[in-house]
Design a protein around this ligand. Sequence first.
Ligand SMILES: Cc1cc2nc3c(=O)[nH]c(=O)nc-3n(C[C@H](O)[C@H](O)[C@H](O)COP(=O)(O)O)c2cc1C
Length: 324
Amino acid sequence: MDLMHSLLLKLPPELAHYLSMQAMRSSLVRQQIQSRFANLDIYKREVNIAGLIFANPIGLAAGLDKNAEAIDSLSHMGFSHLELGTVTPRPQLGSAKPRLFRLTERASLLNRMGFNNSGKDIFLQNIRSAKARQDVKIGVNIGKNKDTPNEQAIEDYKELYDFFRHECDYICVNVSSPNTQGLRALQNLDFLQTISDLVGPDSRVFLKLAPDMPTEIFIDLLKACDSWNFKALTLTNTLNVEAQPDIEKKYGSGGLSGSLLRMASREALVRARQYSKLPIISVGGIDSSEEVLWRLEHGASMAQLYTAFVYGGPNLINNILQEL
Ligand SMILES: Cc1cc2nc3c(=O)[nH]c(=O)nc-3n(C[C@H](O)[C@H](O)[C@H](O)COP(=O)(O)O)c2cc1C
């Protein structure tokens, strides 16, 4: 498995991602993962969010398994939860390739995937047929199709919410990807109030926000969140590369994740803790037990990661859990 991981890192990033997803779908690899991480039960450190009991504070962030294809393998790697998606109502191809870049020396990624996914029907078949570890929670991250105008975006979210609400442990509303034009404009009081009303007080719906919206708008949203029906905040999505003109010049538009996002994600956590009482799932540049502890000590209930998993491979979660 370790050899395979180092070989994958030598391939172009999206090809490596595709091959690793294919591998994780095979029963051979799933069995290897199962036997390698058979001792995960000893790392229980439960977290309760909205009555959901997570076995430990580390989850897989959205975007790695966009179609819910590799649940069986991923659920045996130590994560307490897998956030799958972003899924949109209809299938869509996403942005033109290349759209995923490794910034290896900065332990970061730049992506402009653009919600490439097979749509809600295939996604549902996949979660229904998965055989995840019993104690691993499944979150479905939902977003609007690229060709749905913002004025009709609410219909996409409603459709997905109705479709998945009884099929998973929680739903995460994603209005914060920088790679769907206009999506981040939905991070406004009116739209989020409408979604909150739509899901009602008994739902398990989380809200994922961007790290780089203007401070006053962020504070207004945080204050409003406590009276809405979202049960947790997921902070944050990727950082618009516009903040790093040298990188944008070289690779083009997109969102930064990994080390280059760490400070902005930490700041969002600290600010959110100041203005909102909701549980926070902190995500962005988390790559070690020290970083997980920093987030927990600064008010996060849980952590998620993606980029560090790409660079660190399947052992990473096990190692972090051991050290926690
Ligand atoms: C290639 C890639 C694709 C992503 N796709 C999604 C997505 O579809 N939906 C979403 O909410 N976040 C997506 N993200 C953002 C991650 O969920 C996470 O918020 C971000 O990468 C920060 O965490 P990290 O620094 O641990 O990677 C994606 C990130 C990457 C690197």
